[in-house]
Design a protein around this ligand. Sequence first.
Ligand SMILES: [Zn+2]
Length: 300
Amino acid sequence: MPRSREELALTVPTLLCVHPHPDDESIACGGLLARSAAEGRRVFVVTCTGGEEGENLAGIDLGDEDLVSHRRRELADALAALGVTEHAYLGYRDSGMAGSEANGHPDSFHRADLDEAARRLAAILRRVRPHVVVSDDERGTYGHPDHVKAHTVTVRAVELAADHGADVPGEPWQVAKRYVHAIGRSRLWQLHRALVAADLVSPFGAADTLMEDLPFGVDDEVITAEIDVEEWMPRKRSAMAAHRSQIADDSFFLNLPDGLMRQTQAIEQFVLEQGPPSPEVPETDLFAGIASNDGTVVAG
Ligand SMILES: [Zn+2]
């Protein structure tokens, strides 16, 4: 008898990643997603918005299709490239960049009631029963309002999913470990300097930008996990390329020289925000030390 998804969830190490827009999953966690799926872990991606405020950056011919439907197809292709078969939208509207008019749209993720949005995500958490959850950090990685909201909603949803008194469908579920994805400042700095040295345009500032003036990146000391995804870089690259309307063929992400590509993308970094700290830092597996709810260790 094949086991149901619910039964499998009790024993198969399960990862759930929350991302604000279609394309964030590939850029931020593409290696982790591809590696986890390839290693037989159950992988579920939640996308909070449809990416309504994205522009057709590559100027591709959409024919009769609107950009949102087109981006749905791009996301499906990207997930297929990563080997991810389970996905849900949270159902909000893209809020646009900070300060833009779209921030005020009544359906925008930015304006969504925190508990209402968190209940939607908590219902997914109770259904999927992930051991590990990953989202943006509290600064929204680079400050976009939807990325900030993805963090606050994920934190609250993990609480609600475990709360027996919460008005959320499904049986309570305690996520074992919650992480945020991050880039250590020194990694970002190395990349910036390497781009400048190679006479390439750095998206992180002018040639004389100082490390402390980089537009994002976290202190290296706060990184608790470094996942080696070198083997899965081709899949991550295919996934990014699938988001053609957002990541044009000539984009920075797809055109770094090989050495720099490896330097920026072969390791993905994370910070443990909730759950048992690992004795070994940085961890090399987000599932390290997790026991499933029948008491057996599911990983690490
Ligand atoms: Zn985004």
